[in-house]
Design a protein around this ligand. Sequence first.
Ligand SMILES: [Zn+2]
Length: 294
Amino acid sequence: LKKLLRNLLPDPLQLTLQLDFFSPSAGPNSPHAPTPQIPGALQAPPQPKPGKPGIGRRHLQVREHLLEYGLRRSKRRSIGFIIDDDGLQVTAPRWVTIAEIEGAIREKEAWIFGKLAKRRERMAHMPPPMEWRDGASFPYLGRTLELRIANAQAQSARLDDDGNVLLISLPADAGEQQLKDLVLGWLQREARQLFGERLPVYAEKLGVQYRAFSLSSAQTQWGSCTADGRIRLNWRLMHFALPQIDYVIAHELAHLREMNHSPRFWATVQSVFPEFEAARRALREHAPSTLPVF
Ligand SMILES: [Zn+2]
């Protein structure tokens, strides 16, 4: 009977823990409403915004810790905890009291402090901003590429034989901007070539035809696709390993069959890219602040 009652009456303090990080982008199992976006656009993770509207910051003393958390009231029937880039976020029904919320936090403090510690560790491991000089390195196709700069009259950029060093030639009086432009130009040529090779592979698997593709350098989108088959892919994807690039390509091309993010769309992606969830997660969890700024 107890069990029956429990099923009939929703437990007001039932806790929903979302493991790992939260992204506002809608996915196949996402309980969140899709964020408004251009049809076919694949969102890059947004930069953390301090002081999100509609979220109040609160403090709670938990043993020796002063815990800060964001509280949002919602129509949901349970208290939810999420650790995101801003720390602990609590979502609770309007009728749950602060005392009950604080009780729920204390009940889950081991999980919360464990996750917060992992987040701190992750942030401490973020590399310092890119320095544009000889010996600097940046992520390239999932590995690390080192810049080796030599002086020469004519400027050029090419990979060494092992593919781990980008050999740069620049006039001795060249400034940082000239170096950035040279590396950017090289990366974009590489992107055009690689994307141009991968697009036909997935177009054939999906049985679709795209009309044209171009590079974008959007800050918040990895790719987009229009109904008439124009694909745009962010050259910054070149910082990621091939599976992540292939996922974005498969995603955009799959929109030529399903111009939405419905379960049918995700099933289409999965049919040609079964491991898409892992690639999605990798893209979503990658802090944009770790990508070099050009
Ligand atoms: Zn999409």
